[in-house]
Design a binder for this molecule. Structure first.
Ligand code: MTE
Length: 318
C-alpha cells in the first residue's frame, strides 16, 4: 500500500501568522549574526530580547542547538504536527487533540526484564533526572524543526527494570483509545501505533523520553504525557503517548514498516544519500525558513551514533 505521507510540506506562511514565522531566528540572521559557536549563541538572548519581532514569540531566552541553529517557536512546534490518531492534516491535530485525557497515565515496562514495573507519570517525573535537550527533529517528509525537549533518558528507565541477556530490542506502544482518537477508526493502519529500537540504540544517551517542551508540560498534539525522541532517526520513530515499553528478543513490527515496508525501514536513520522512493532526502525545509538546507547524515548526530551501525550497509537503510 502506498503511504499517505505527503511529500510537499505546507509553507509555514500558510500555517502561522507572519509575526510568528518571522521569528527571532530571522532577526538574528538579518542582524548579521553568524551562528555556529556556543559563544555566539550565548549572545543571542540579548539581541532577541531587544527586538520588537521577538515579542510576539517570546518563550524565554533564545535557545539554540549545538550547531547554533535557533529553536523553533512554541507556536510552530505545537501547531504543525504529525499525529495520525487525531488527523492526517498537520494543522488539524492541535485543535482535535485539545482535551485529550493525559491523566491518570501509566507506562507498563516489561517483557524480558528482571524487574517489570508499571510507572505512574508522577513516578517517572520524580524518579528520573529531568533535563533539557535541544534536538533537531527531521521528518521523513523532508521538513524539520529544532525542539527544546524536557525529559529523561530511556537508558535510565531501562537500567531500573534490568533487561535480561535475551533482550535485544525494545518495543513501544501508543495508547489505544478510539473514542478519543478518531483516527484510530481508520482501517488503513494497524493500530495501536507501534515502534521499536535495537537495545543498543535505546540505551544510547541521545535517546530521550520527553515529557515537556520549552519547560512546559507536553501538549497533547506533541504526544503528551510522554513520548520517545530519537533525534538521529526520521521523526516517525519518535512514537507519541506511550503506554507500554516491552523488551523483546526479535525485531518488533512497527506501524509504518507494516503499512509500507518499501518506504519506511525499521532503522530509518536520517540519510541524505538514500532517497525515499517518492522524494529526495538530500535536503529539507526547516519550518520557519524559506530556502531549503542540506540534510545531515544521522541528522547531525553521527559522532554519537555512527558506531552503532559499523559493518551495516547504510545505503540500504531508509
Ligand atoms: N506517534 C504516534 N503515535 N502517531 C503518529 O502519527 N507521527 C510521527 C511521530 N510520532 C506519529 C507519532 C511522525 S511522522 C513525526 S514527524 C513526529 O511524531 C512528529 O512529532 P511532532 O508533531 O511533535 O513534531
Amino acid at each position: 500500500m502506498s503511504s499517505p505521507f505527503k511529500s510537499v510540506p505546507v509553507r509555514s506562511s500558510e500555517i502561522t501568522p507572519k509575526e510568528i514565522y518571522l521569528s527571532r531566528r530571522d532577526f538574528i540572521k538579518a542582524a548579521g549574526v553568524v551562528a555556529g559557536s556556543m559563544a555566539l549563541a550565548a549572545c543571542a538572548p540579548d539581541l532577541a530580547e531587544t527586538t520588537p519581532e521577538s515579542l510576539a514569540v517570546d518563550t524565554g531566552p533564545a535557545k539554540t542547538d549545538e550547531l547554533g541553529d535557533s529553536a523553533n517557536t512554541f507556536e510552530e512546534i505545537t501547531n504543525y504536527n504529525n499525529y495520525y490518531e487525531f488527523s492526517t492534516n498537520k494543522e488539524a491535530v492541535a485543535p482535535l487533540a485539545k482535551g485529550f485525557t493525559t491523566a491518570p497515565w501509566t507506562v507498563e515496562v516489561g517483557g524480558l526484564v528482571n524487574k517489570p514495573k508499571t510507572f505512574g507519570m508522577e513516578d517517572l517525573l520524580s524518579m528520573f533526572t529531568q533535563e533539557e535537550r535541544i534536538y533537531r527533529l527531521r521528518c521523513v517528509e523532508a521538513w524539520s524543526m529544532v525542539i527544546p525537549w524536557n525529559g529523561f533518558t530511556l537508558a535510565s528507565l531501562l537500567k531500573m527494570v534490568e533487561p535480561t541477556s535475551a533482550a535485544k530490542y525494545v518495543r513501544f506502544e501508543t495508547v489505544y483509545r478510539p473514542e478519543e482518537m478518531k483516527g484510530q477508526g481508520s482501517p488503513f493502519y494497524p493500530w495501536p501505533y507501534q515502534e521499536g529500537l535495537r537495545l543498543d540504540e535505546a540505551m544510547n544517551d541521545l535517546t530521550l523520553l520527553a515529557t515537556g517542551i520549552y519547560g512546559e508540560t507536553m501538549l497533547a498534539q506533541n504526544g503528551a504525557p510522554i513520548r520517545l525522541v530519537v533525534p538521529w532517526k526520521y521523526g516517525f520513530k519518535s512514537i507519541k503517548s506511550i503506554v507500554k515499553i516491552e523488551l523483546v528478543a526479535e525485531k518488533p513490527n512497527t506501524l509504518w514498516n507494516t503499512t509500507a515496508a518499501n518506504e519506511y525501514g525499521f532503522y530509518a536513520n536520517v540519510n541524505p544519500a538514500v532517497d525515499h522512493p517518492r522524494w529526495s532526502q538530500a535536503s529539507e525545509r526547516r519550518i520557519g525558513e524559506i530556502s531549503r538546507r542540506a540534510t545531515l547524515p544521522f541528522n547531525g548526530y553521527g559522532e554519537q551514533v555512527a558506531s552503532l551501525y559499523e559493518g551495516m550497509d547504510l545505503s540500504l537503510q531508509f
